[in-house]
Ligand binder design. Structure first.
Ligand SMILES: [Zn+2]
Length: 277
């Protein structure tokens, strides 16, 4: 496939109450009492992708896999790439290396046992990747990470050495690659253009033009979305800082329509397929 026209679709399979922006209001020990909506929302996404014949990379949270094993098996049966989002959605740089190793090992085993497919890819919660974590991922059998936004300053995003800001795929260790989520260069500033609140906020025609611009630079485009982003009916959490609530709730009613357009307007593949090509 022509690399310049390549676009990778990825979904971080987690539920609405596990999101970092809402952490101040929902404690980890409350998760089991929250309404589980990830299964139905992911099913809707699977149907949308099936309609367009799209294969994606699904970064599945181990906690979700434990509660929705049949969903994980349906994702695998639909031909999507099974990848790891870690177990407990803790920011990587808040874990000790030992805790991180346990988190990514446990998740990889769960996903592999459920699906019979080898798990190669990892995405850190909130893109909180850091250098020491890469060595552990490689020791635990992962062969790529997709957690970096190389040109963006953000309060919570991590940093990796060896990632070239102008390049989507960088070999950051022998045999281990980093696949950066896409940014758009606007002047001297990089703007995250791979999904999230930006995808729901920016008018679609501008967003899709940005995608084409990134592709025209000869780099693959990497997009991510979460199942809760197409769910305007999710419970509203109180007691969250207004800026964080805005990031989470803005334009949720647009999510499904925009995802459908994006699926229709580009030729998508999984990150695993990109790396194999
Ligand atoms: Zn996440």
């Amino acid at each position: 496939m022509n690399q310049a026209r390549t676009a990778c679709f990825s979904i971080d399979v987690e539920d609405w109450f596990q999101v970092e922006n809402l952490r101040g209001a929902i404690r980890r020990d409350q998760w089991d009492s929250c309404q589980l909506r990830v299964e139905a929302n992911t099913e809707r996404m699977l149907a949308m992708m099936a309609e367009r014949g799209v294969t994606a990379t699904m970064f599945i949270l181990g906690w979700v896999a434990d509660r929705c094993p049949s969903l994980v098996r349906r994702i695998a049966a639909a031909g999507h790439e099974i990848a790891s989002h870690g177990y407990g959605h803790e920011l990587v740089y808040r874990l000790t290396p030992e805790q991180f190793r346990e988190d990514v090992r446990r998740t990889r085993h769960i996903l592999q046992d459920m699906t019979g497919h080898a798990v190669h890819g990892y995405r850190a919660p909130n893109f909180s990747i850091t250098d020491w974590a890469i060595d552990i991922l490689q020791e635990e059998g992962y062969t790529y990470d997709s957690s970096s936004f190389p040109v963006v300053a953000h309060d919570r995003y991590g940093r990796l050495t060896g990632v070239n800001a102008g390049q989507c795929v960088s070999e950051i260790r022998p045999g281990f690659r980093e696949v950066s989520v896409s940014c758009l260069n606007l002047g001297s500033r990089g703007v995250p253009w791979g999904g999230g609140a930006y995808f729901r906020l920016i008018p679609y025609w501008i967003f899709s033009r940005g995608v084409r611009h990134i592709q025209s630079g000869g780099q693959p485009y990497v997009f991510y979305i979460h199942p809760w982003e197409i769910d305007p009916d999710q419970p509203r959490v109180r007691g969250v800082k207004p800026t964080l609530a805005l990031r989470h709730y803005i334009n949720l009613s647009q999510g499904e329509r925009r995802m459908k357009r994006l699926l229709a307007d580009f030729r998508w593949q999984s990150i695993g397929q990109l790396l194999a090509s």
